[in-house]
Design a protein around this ligand. Structure first.
Ligand SMILES: *[C@@H]1O[C@H](CO)[C@@H](O)[C@H](O)[C@H]1NC(C)=O
Ligand SMILES: *[C@@H]1O[C@H](CO)[C@@H](O)[C@H](O)[C@H]1NC(C)=O
Ligand SMILES: *[C@@H]1O[C@H](CO)[C@@H](O)[C@H](O)[C@H]1NC(C)=O
Length: 270
């Protein structure tokens, strides 16, 4: 099999391709540069400084890095986070393009850096701010014994942050402090039900509302009959232990009791 194909297979989210789409932008930038500026410079999608790029998930995102004011052939290298990107040699001279295809939620927050090989202190980074509709996850059926407490845990992936709420059988759950509590972190939304009752059973829905779209995920709560608070076995076991303790107590003290009697007898015989 072709080596480059295998590579593509190992990281399907990241497809690196050469593209000349942004070359026209670079030409414009070069034409605008004042002629007296001679220091070598790098640009990434026309930015000389590191920047944040905001995008929705998309078919692809092109990142074009270019050297300016260079007098010799300059080689450019790329990093995705701390991972070097393996570009085919010859495709990274004076300018280099990385194409992320498709752009997915897993690319959110990832930094791409372009560096000059001859002087790695010269670099420009872009941090990706990828917006997408909320993605919810979690165990969809939870069983609890009556009077016990339980949690429904809804996993959240969202950018921007979503507004979260719990619904039961279609209407918002009222948070009674003593019985229902909700807890929100950056990646989970939890509903704690203490002292579950039969009436708590039903369908709970984790609802996420964001400017990128809304999402719902259902959780079934099953409330089982309360088991005997103290099972018969426990009672009989406790009875046996109690009896043994009493018996051992008598054995341990037998000597003392015996001696006391002896003493009394001695006293009376005197
Ligand atoms: C890179 O730039 C140098 C100097 O400007 C030039 O001599 C060389 O031909 C360029 N190489 C490519 C592949 O564009
Ligand atoms: C590398 O680039 C930095 C920043 O532009 C510069 O200060 C430094 O002198 C360069 N180092 C070399 C060896 O060219
Ligand atoms: C919610 O729906 C379930 C199943 O349809 C039902 O058993 C339960 O009584 C309902 N609870 C409320 C509070 O309506």
């Amino acid at each position: 099999m072709d080596k480059s194909l295998e590579k593509g297979k190992s990281d399907p989210n990241l497809l690196i391709m050469k593209h000349s789409l942004f070359l026209s932008f670079v030409c414009v930038i070069l034409a605008l540069l004042p002629h007296e500026v001679t220091a070598v410079e790098l640009s990434l999608n026309n930015n000389a400084e590191s920047f944040m790029l905001t995008s929705d998930t998309a078919d692809y995102l092109g990142l074009l890095c270019a050297v300016h004011n260079h007098t010799r052939e300059e080689r450019l290298n790329w990093y995705r986070g701390i991972q070097p990107l393996d570009l085919r040699s010859g495709k990274n001279l004076n300018s280099s393009q990385v194409c992320i295809s498709p752009l997915t939620p897993t690319d959110n927050g990832v930094t791409f850096t372009c560096l000059l090989e001859s002087n790695t202190t010269m670099k420009v980074s872009v941090i990706l701010n990828i917006k997408f509709p909320p993605i919810l996850s979690g165990e969809s059926s939870v069983t609890v014994e009556e009077e016990k407490s339980t949690q429904l845990t809804c996993g959240i992936q969202a950018n921007p942050q979503a507004e979260m709420s719990w619904q039961k059988n279609g209407s918002t759950v009222i948070m009674e402090k003593s019985r229902y509590q909700q807890y929100l972190t950056s990646d989970t939304f939890q509903l704690t039900i203490s002292k579950a009752q039969k009436s708590d059973a039903g369908t709970y829905t984790c609802v996420a509302v964001s400017s990128m779209g809304n999402q719902r995920r259902d959780f079934q709560l099953v409330v089982e009959d309360k088991k005997d608070a103290i099972p018969i076995e426990a009672i009989s076991a406790a009875a046996v232990v109690g009896a043994l303790t009493l018996l051992f107590g008598v054995f341990a003290r037998r000597d003392k009791i015996f001696k006391k009697c002896m003493k009394k007898r001695d006293e009376t015989s005197l």
